[in-house]
Design a protein around this ligand. Structure first.
Ligand code: GLV
Length: 396
């Protein structure tokens, strides 16, 4: 066992939540809060996790089976677990291994990885790191020229799908980022940075890794034609430039002939529109409670979307997943698989690649135990008969 895998082994890390205090101790406050925080009063952020307790299980007892089948298929890819690692911006600030480390861990585990536009490693290196399917999450940062260039690079590198995030006409206000000086630290001048430096200096281990990694990473996947890679900007500036509309989807589809997943669907209307515009899957998502505060938890939005889609395309879900039981509930309610963001990013921050391995392992053993306790031998067998859903969820 290496030093980093010991740091995230049991009994120190028994469940996903255990990564959080380790990540908090390792990261400067600004980076930890970027990962941990949400928009405005963080109501949706909290609700994403809380809502799982409104759905309870209906297990079938006194049954036994020799093996549990945890496999599922997403966009035709066989996944060993119904999980994809969600796009997480600024992963390279959480750990120098960043997106490459996360993609490697995903590939090793036989699950998918989705690379954020706001990434610090080149998409070619991320793809090369993973033996599993890798999707590219698209924001229109840097304008249409930069998007056209990255779509072509993703195609050549062998990315399997484009994930288009549709809930970012502007950035939600993440108040913690303002208080911590995320903008000043990332793109301010030396004088602007000074008030926010103590939190960085108080994390010498992180700082050493950051400096050895070359300091602020830049955005190697946002290359503006004639100008080169965009320098790193704070998230508010990044998302202010990132809006995608249904009209953009037309030219995106012309360039990207592969599968398109729409991420950020919360209503039956947007689900139907996604189908009409040619998406092969959607992710029911509120962007981890980071955009419009006050929208429903993802799990709560799922029934309306399932009803609208009527089995025509695949439904994914992200938001609030911390345990295998959460994943099982989402699948019982109609999701084919889930995207996990913070659940692995806390692990990345706490222990680099070993932390991501450990997070996936926790979710895998959770899933197997949950299926056995439910009396259901396979992910494919999970359905509404295994859960009690509040009556009020049936009608809007
Ligand atoms: C980036 O997409 C973020 O939500 O911070």
């Amino acid at each position: 066992m290496t030093r980093s895998s010991r740091a995230v082994a049991s009994p120190r890390v028994v469940c996903i939540e255990d990564f959080r205090p380790i990540a908090r101790r390792r990261l400067p406050k600004s980076v930890f809060d970027y990962l941990d925080g949400g928009a405005e009063g963080e109501v949706t952020l909290r609700e994403n996790c809380r809502i799982f307790s409104d759905v309870t299980f209906r297990p079938r007892h006194a049954v036994s089976f020799p093996a549990c089948d945890l496999h599922t298929r997403v966009l035709g890819f066989d996944l060993s677990l119904p999980i994809l690692l969600a796009p997480v911006g600024y992963s390279r600030l959480m750990h120098p291994g960043g997106e490459v480390a996360a993609a490697r861990a995903a590939g090793r585990a036989g699950i998918g990885y989705i690379l954020s536009t706001i990434s610090g490693h080149k998409l070619e290196d991320v793809k090369a790191g993973s033996s599993g399917p890798v999707f590219y999450q698209l924001y229109l940062m840097g304008g249409r020229g930069a998007a056209e260039a990255v779509i072509e690079r993703a195609r050549v590198a062998g990315f399997s799908a484009l994930v288009v995030t549709i809930d970012t006409p502007v950035s939600g206000i993440r108040e913690r980022d303002y208080r911590n000086g995320m903008k000043e630290l990332i793109s301010g001048g030396p004088l602007e940075k000074i008030p926010f430096l103590p939190q960085v200096l108080s994390r010498p281990g992180w700082l050493l890794g950051f400096l050895q990694d070359g300091g602020l990473p830049g955005l190697p996947n946002v290359v503006v034609p004639g100008k080169g890679p965009m320098p790193l900007v704070d998230v508010a500036a990044a998302l202010a430039e990132s809006a995608v509309t249904w009209a953009d989807l037309r030219w995106i589809r012309e360039l990207w002939r592969g599968p398109i997943v729409m991420k950020g669907v919360l209503t039956g209307d947007d689900a139907r529109r996604s189908i009409d515009e040619g998406a092969v899957a959607i992710s029911v998502s509120n962007h981890g409670g980071r955009q419009l505060d006050g929208v429903p938890a993802s799990l709560r939005a799922l029934p309306e979307v399932v009803e609208a889609v009527k089995g025509r395309i695949e439904i994914l879900m992200d938001g609030g997943i911390r345990r295998g039981t959460d994943i099982a509930k989402a699948i019982c309610m109609g999701a084919r698989a889930v995207l996990c963001g913070r659940a692995y990013a806390y692990g990345l921050a706490a222990g680099g690649e070993a932390g991501v391995d450990r997070a996936i392992e926790i979710l895998r053993t959770d899933m197997e135990r949950t299926l056995r306790l439910l009396g259901c031998p396979s992910i494919a067998g999970l359905d509404r008969s295994y859960v009690n859903v509040p009556k009020s969820w049936e009608s809007r």
